[in-house]
Design a binder for this molecule. Structure first.
Ligand code: PNS
Length: 159
């Protein structure tokens, strides 16, 4: 069975993430969307909120589940007996860092491969940070996030 992990902060999940999940679910037997800690970021949403949001937007996929792991991605992949890590790539600006992470992970475990999924051009500008910035200033994020979780995302910034 071809199992893959799609790791990220998902703080919060966006339409760009959902596009990668949708396309990956069609080419692997099973996909785990794994929330991991990014030591470079301070999260806005709790782990519980992020799990709930991803569960809501992926409930229609029979071969997708959601998990949270505290530790190295490569250790999680080993624990799950998964050899494929999926990363979304939006722009050249993503490349340098993602390349560094992929090589570091390869060094830690050469049996686990990082595969890059090119973003849908519709979402090449989109990130969780952009969503939060717009929502925090009262802007309309309805075209940026899945409709099921729009309310939860906005509620964080509602006075
Ligand atoms: O959505 P993000 O914030 O770009 O995701 C980054 C994430 C969480 C995938 C990355 O920070 C990560 O893999 N964290 C787990 C710790 C780890 O394995 N770091 C890589 C060592 S090279």
């Amino acid at each position: 069975m071809n199992k893959a992990i799609y790791p990220g902060s998902f703080d919060p999940v966006t339409k760009g993430h959902l596009d990668i999940i949708t396309r990956t679910s069609k080419i692997v037997d099973h996909l785990t969307v794994a929330i991991l800690k990014n030591p470079r970021k301070i999260a806005t949403y709790t782990i519980e909120d992020r799990i709930e949001m991803i569960e809501m937007v992926t409930s229609k996929f029979e071969n997708v589940d959601v998990a949270y792991f505290e530790g190295l991605l490569i250790d999680y992949a080993l624990q799950q007996d998964t050899k494929i890590i999926i990363k979304g790539l939006r722009a050249i600006s993503d490349f340098e860092f993602e390349f560094q992470m992929a090589l570091a992970n390869q060094k830690l475990n050469p049996d686990i491969e990082t595969l890059f999924m090119m973003t849908n051009s519709k979402y090449s500008y989109l990130s969780s940070s952009i969503v939060k910035e717009i929502a925090s200033m009262g802007g309309d994020i309805s075209s940026l996030v899945p409709p099921e979780v729009h309310y939860i995302i906005e509620s964080k910034f509602r006075k």
